[in-house]
Write a protein that binds this ligand. Sequence first.
Ligand code: NOJ
Length: 544
Amino acid sequence: MSWWKDTVIYEIYPESFYDANGDGVGDLVGIRAKLPELVRLGVETLWICPIFSSPMKDGGYDVSDYFGIRESVGTFEEFDALVAELKEQNMRLILDIPINHTSDSHHWFQQSKVSEANPYRDYYIWRAGKGEFPPNNWISSKVGGSCWAQTEETEAYYLHLYSDWQPDLNWENPAVRSAMAQVLQFWIDRGVDGFRLDVINKIGKEPGLPDANVDPETGEPFFPEPYFQNHPLSHGYIQELRSRLKGEEIFLIGQTQGVSELEAYQYAAPVRKELDSFLQFEATDFRKTEGQSQEAFIEGWKEKLFRWQRIDECLSAMIFFGSHDLSRTVSHYGEDVTYRRESSKALALLLLSLRGIPVIYMGEEIGMTNARYRDFSKYQDIRTRLTYQRRVLEGGEPEEEVLREIWETSRDNARYPIHWNAGNNAGFSEVKPRLSPASNYRQVNVESERREEDSVLTFYRKMINLRRSEMVLRRGTFHPLKSEPGVISFERVWESRRVVVEVNLTHTPKKSGLTGSEKSLITTHSNSWMQPTLAAYEGRILVI
Ligand code: NOJ
């Protein structure tokens, strides 16, 4: 059985994990220094967000050299030392790598833009404009504006699905495909066990790059995703990439936004020899609407979660609630003031008892909340800054209103430094970091969580341990159960072992489905499992 089927993954955004060299930026030595914490937590695999050379305009998802490590993050020597230590701890390492696009400062693009005759020209997607207009009407759904830009050197336009400094690579070109296989092999040879392939479902583009349809009411083009998101061509490219990699059980995870169940099967069914697992975002992209009750929100979320729990048995999906792109888990699905502890634990119980390969996003294990900076200038995320530019500066919307939205949606919520203790800079660094800690760092930090017996951190440890010892939680089949609104309840079955999971994700007590003949496996609220009601944000796992 492949190692990754039973693993628990911990995602690290390196800039903000721990700064060991006192320059205000997290680094590889910092990850190594805190490894004992992660070993104690019980996670078995690290997923590290991009560490490659990069101008860092998009958190490292703009690579300027795939064979280099960013100076602020560390050196090859430090990387090798981290790999060696992980191996000693029997842990695995997954690197996050964006290979749909590069930074415009990558030497491939620097060459490519020079002239049509340059040998790197076809590494990117260049087309002639239509008179004064770009080659087609594609608008970027991620950053707004045309998906095309020009350089000074030639008249042609290049395609960029993200910012104009993130040109898309031309996967139709066999030279790009073999260059990327070499890149991955380089890191495999250095000890990496797998990759999280960033937006890999966008590498295949519809030949001819046709215009998107236009909305008859507004005259504006619809978003162009149908022409490149989960395009059939991407499968061949991924299969080819996989077939070129040499190494034992290299774990390939695809970031596959907007994937349907059939497409997920095409990417990740073992017979396809493409990806091993995939990240889908239907549940995590689900947000509470204005004025919606917590009950109604959780019911909507549950429907999405359950849909992806019932997928074909041969698929191993990733299961995650937070990431470097999302809100903090407790702020998104729970209640992060009065019930911060309770709801963090309830979400931990849920995450680690669902089907799939669980990913804990750094800081989730201590119940870190959204940062909610009062001062807009503290935000650094490119998308947040673009929102501010477009809506406040150009659109004239009240700053207060836009800021409130940013409090819940900015990617900086996930990217601000880990609170290690209640000291200066929350113990993250000796100097002021790029992003400030949240104002609650004196209460919410690793040191205080470590001290308390009923902390979120202690609960995560218990849950990870339980998952490790209970095959039923890792491999059991999934069956939804009926429950009161706002309660998530389901059964997992493995051979003769049957467990029932009940999680109340609301502020109000709810009726439990308990019959009285069950035994408690774990609960978020000590000694309450026999009660016929679930307390606010209480979770239980019962054995039948
Ligand atoms: C998805 C990554 O998760 C996100 O952080 C990044 O901005 C885009 N891909 C572009 O690479």
